[in-house]
Design a protein around this ligand. Sequence first.
Ligand SMILES: [Zn+2]
Ligand SMILES: [Zn+2]
Length: 383
Amino acid sequence: MKVSLRMVRLSAVAVALLLTLGPEGGHYGTAAAQDRAARALDVYVIDVEGGNATLFVSPSRESLLIDTGNVGPGAIRDADRIMAAVKDAGLTQIDHLITTHYHADHFGAMAELAGRIPVREFIDHGVSVEKNATTDAFLQNVYPGLYAKGRHTIAQPGQRFSMGDVDVRIVASAGKPVSAAVPGAGRPNPYCVSTKPVEPDAGENAQSVASHFSFGRFRALHLGDLTWNKEIELMCPANRLGDIDLFVVSHHGQASSNSPVLVHAIHPRVAVVNNGPRKGGQPDAMKVLFSAPRLETIWQLHFSQWSGQEYTVPGMLIANGFDEPAPAMPIAPMTPPARGAPAAPPPPVHNGQAYWIKISARQDGSFTVTNTRNAFSKTYAVR
Ligand SMILES: [Zn+2]
Ligand SMILES: [Zn+2]
């Protein structure tokens, strides 16, 4: 017994020596290699009440934040919520900030946030195509002062940058789709035949900066609020995006985006809806998501009155409720008031404790999604 134990100990020493001198070179090599394998691309889908704020943190701890939540009284709340995720990720700066488009639920807390943590690069689609007093004041008087402290980049379709092992590709910006398919994609898209264009969207949503992420075999997609016709331009005749593991659902899960030509063609394994209490989650959009081929789970950032119980997912997959919870969610989705009818009562408020949905992806393509409200998590194995 003693002999074999000593042999084990000796061989362990030999293995350690071999690893120390091994191909990684230098005696930090083995630890670094193990570290790299263990570390993940972390994605935080943060609750900003039907706006957007999604934080990507690479294994090398480089960071990209997409959008900064709401203007007005919501800005401090949303900056607090973004900073909670920033702290969880251990960041001391935001390396890249993409503002997908100039709507108040996407750039709203930018100044508040930039006052709390350095932002190194500000990325956007260029000039706003809408006239709006709040937005124009921000773009003229506030934004230039913020990006003067860092770098200002106007995103071009096809542009790419890397955050360590994570490649980020801009697949649409200022209404123009990328012309070439991402590596491995580009097959004909069978959904082009059945998806018809709608009235053109002349507003800011159609200008959204859209991003594709690859990390080893893992793929993620965040298109901001890109709308229906732009999805057709991007996805037809060839599917330029290929298969996606994590789809951050476009436009908060509204049906003016999320056509089958996009949602069904990318075969998402997981869809995360960045909806609010009464924004996104409408039946028409939920039907497209639920019928997406190969989709394994839909996660929602919020209980949505537009979904009711009929069109939503089990509560364990939903991250946020309301400050004053209703005894039960009605089965039927809430119907928007008809044009000219009295307005509906205001949506339920959620200014209290908020929870993000966190995705941790590994280089082999496997990933884990966690609802931080109830700690429910699911791991999606290599496929
Ligand atoms: Zn909320
Ligand atoms: Zn929006």
